[in-house]
Ligand binder design. Structure first.
Ligand code: SF4
Length: 276
């Protein structure tokens, strides 16, 4: 099965990939490929858009229409693609630094508009590609190259942020619970509206090494032993989620007007084609 996923969904002439052995990004790309395979989508009508960072290399490996754009701007490019051709399934692959720091404004406004994009966040709590700087999801007290004495900034919970901004499908996955995370990604792709799946990834090379988390296997074992699979949002603020637990599941799914549909209705109305 895995080999057919590679053959059908990856550009094999671009392999081997550049990720460190054991990086969680590969598992999440595999989950995305599995979700696309389960849905039997026409890959000529799928677009994967990314920004910059280790996570964003994923677009280059996917065998469909892809855009590898500038840092933080993946959601902005994806918005343009979706508006230009609403028939396309548009998926953004991004990291915590890419989407919640420099791209934060694009994230909150895309969620507010409820535009029909699926955003897969590979959240490894650090900037991997650029040398292990702290990101908006680095936990308080943890070390990174820019916070060698410990991070004193409180982290974002990206899923809760997206929910508060109006995203109509919000979920959390990880790299250990492959089936659950694939199911959540699949749900996001079929959902009409802005879908965000915030996935805890593994960067053992920078985040793990600097914070005594062990190697990639140790970090996966931590996810296995500490994940709480829980669908539904209980309204707890980020600071109330125990640091020693990783909540994964569907947080929220709701119906809300989708931006492109509303935009096209407006165009029809203004051109005299729609309801008066
Ligand atoms: Fe993955 Fe970290 Fe290596 Fe980047 S630096 S490829 S995020 S393990």
């Amino acid at each position: 099965m895995v080999s057919s996923l590679i053959k059908n969904y990856l550009r094999t002439d671009y392999l081997p990939h550049i990720w460190c052995s054991g990086c969680g990004n590969g598992i999440l790309v595999r989950n995305l490929a599995q979700a696309l395979d389960n849905l039997k989508l026409d890959m000529d009508k799928v677009v994967v858009v990314s920004g910059i960072g280790c996570s964003s290399r994923a677009a280059g490996y996917m065998n469909c229409n892809t855009l590898h754009t500038t840092h933080g701007r993946a959601i902005a490019f994806a918005t343009g693609v979706k508006l230009a051709n609403p028939e396309l399934t548009v998926i953004v692959v991004t990291g915590d630094g890419d989407c919640a720091a420099i791209g934060g404004n694009h994230l909150i406004h895309a969620a507010r508009r409820n535009i029909d994009l699926t955003v897969l966040v590979m959240n490894n709590n650090i900037y991997g590609m650029t040398g292990g700087q702290s990101s908006p999801t680095t936990p308080v007290g943890d070390s990174a190259s820019t916070v060698p004495y410990g991070n004193i900034e409180r982290p974002f919970d990206i899923a809760t942020l997206a929910l508060g901004c109006g995203a109509s499908y919000v979920a959390k996955g990880d790299t250990y619970h492959v089936q659950k995370t694939t199911e959540l990604i699949q749900g996001g792709i079929v959902h009409k509206g802005f879908a965000l799946i915030d996935c805890a990834s593994v960067c053992h090379v920078y985040y793990g090494r600097k914070n005594g988390k062990g190697d990639a296997v140790d970090m996966l074992k931590w996810q296995k032993e500490n994940a709480v699979i829980k669908d539904g949002f209980d309204g707890e603020p980020n600071s109330a989620i125990p640091r020693d637990k990783l909540v994964i599941g569907l947080i929220s799914k709701s119906d809300a007007p989708e931006f492109v549909e509303e935009y096209l209705k407006l165009v029809d109305k203004q051109s005299g084609k729609g309801d008066a």
